[in-house]
Write a protein that binds this ligand. Structure first.
Ligand code: SF4
Length: 367
């Protein structure tokens, strides 16, 4: 029996993959061997043929940012002619359209805008909560929370408590990219570090907020960096489940779109290639095999297109992500697709051989 077979057999028998074994799988395992194991493990977490999706809208409330991530084409510096902060009437139209489309959540994310202070965010949340009571508000990824805490001279915990009191229900898992400081220093040197990202999520979970975790591959990272990322997420999940039970319901790996960003130049100089579909599916299956304590794994049609996202359902994913009636960040870097409505998502799930079901952000089935 090969080492890969031994590791996968142990995992399928209920064992845990060690960091050394995870590295072996990341470097050596065949896509289909990993995929078969990932699909069997998906069946253990989610035994039915159901593949879920969420109807929501990603609203980017400001594009002003002082963090200059090398992979980001979305942001504009302070004072730029194209800089914006969305006014309430524009936000109201976007949220109303989301409600009319059967949406249950809005995802509010923006740049690190030094002109927006904590009371502005509290007012925004209170206004959305009172104007659109049926909509869940997941907002501000860990780097935005950390930026706001620094700006206000407050602790992350106090910022989260204030935002929660104003109506915040969850934090998106963005900004994780690769949770290894060697990579973070390279691609986003001004963004919060690995410990900072994990700490914001740790505190959000302890406060009862919904969170998710993500991973962005194809940014020049090594197999060791990927394994480090997965181990850090798994450790935090162990900690959350043991201390209060409110861990990550889901994990979402996707691939970086480098072509049109400053990262594209770095790739050219180093003769690196963007992540292929095969690499994406291999990593997705690896995530399912290693993350034994996170129940749901999402595919990524915005970065992979609908066909690879359908294939991902046979490689460990049990969720098709969300409609994203609007998306501006990944699309600014030149992604495959930026919009998909619920009917189209249901069609892609059905034609891949699964049964579609709309969910909320805690994975409760809605219809
Ligand atoms: S990814 Fe986010 S934090 Fe980085 S530059 Fe873009 S908007 Fe700013």
């Amino acid at each position: 029996m090969s080492r890969t077979e031994e590791i996968l057999e142990k995992r399928l028998g209920g064992g845990r993959v060690s960091p050394e074994d995870a590295l072996h799988l990341a470097q050596e395992a065949d896509l289909f061997a990993l995929g078969r194991a990932a699909n069997a493990l998906r069946r253990k977490h989610v035994p039915s043929d159901t593949v879920t999706y969420l109807v929501d809208r990603n609203i980017n409330y400001t594009n002003v940012c002082i963090t200059d991530c090398k992979f980001c084409n979305f942001y504009r510096p302070v004072g730029d002619a194209e800089a914006y902060v969305l006014p309430k009437d524009v936000l109201a139209k976007k949220i109303s359209e989301t409600v009319e489309a059967g949406g249950t959540r809005i995802l509010l994310q923006g740049g690190h805008n030094p002109a927006l202070r904590l009371p502005w965010y509290e007012d925004l949340l209170r206004w959305i909560r009172s104007s659109f009571p049926s909509i869940e508000i997941d907002a501000f990824s860990p780097s935005e929370i950390s930026h706001l805490a620094t700006l206000e001279g407050m602790t992350v915990l106090d910022v989260l408590k204030r935002l929660k009191a104003a109506g915040l229900e969850g934090l998106p898992g963005g900004g994780a990219e690769i949770l290894d400081d060697e990579v973070r220093r390279e691609i986003a040197p001004k963004k919060l570090d690995t410990a900072g990202w994990l700490d914001v999520m740790r505190q959000a979970q302890a406060l009862g907020l919904v969170t998710s975790a993500s991973m962005v591959t194809g940014c020049g990272e090594t197999a060791s960096h990927r394994v480090n990322h997965l181990m850090r997420i798994r450790e935090l999940q162990d900690e959350a489940l043991a201390s209060h039970g409110n861990g990550f319901p889901s994990f979402i790996p996707w691939t970086m779109q480098v072509e049109t960003t400053a990262m594209g130049k770095i790739f050219e100089t180093r003769r690196l290639l963007p992540a292929s579909a095969q690499d994406y599916l291999t990593n997705l299956a690896l995530c399912r095999v290693v993350l034994d304590n996170i129940p749901h794994l999402a595919s990524s049609w915005p970065t992979q297109g609908e066909k690879v996202a359908q294939a991902a359902l046979a490689f460990g994913a049990d969720d098709f992500g969300s409609t994203m009636l609007e998306e501006n960040v990944v699309s600014a870097a030149g992604t495959t697709r930026v919009k998909m409505d619920a009917d189209e998502i249901r069609h892609h799930i059905r034609t891949a051989g699964w049964v579609p079901a709309q969910r909320d952000s805690r994975y409760a089935i809605l219809s």
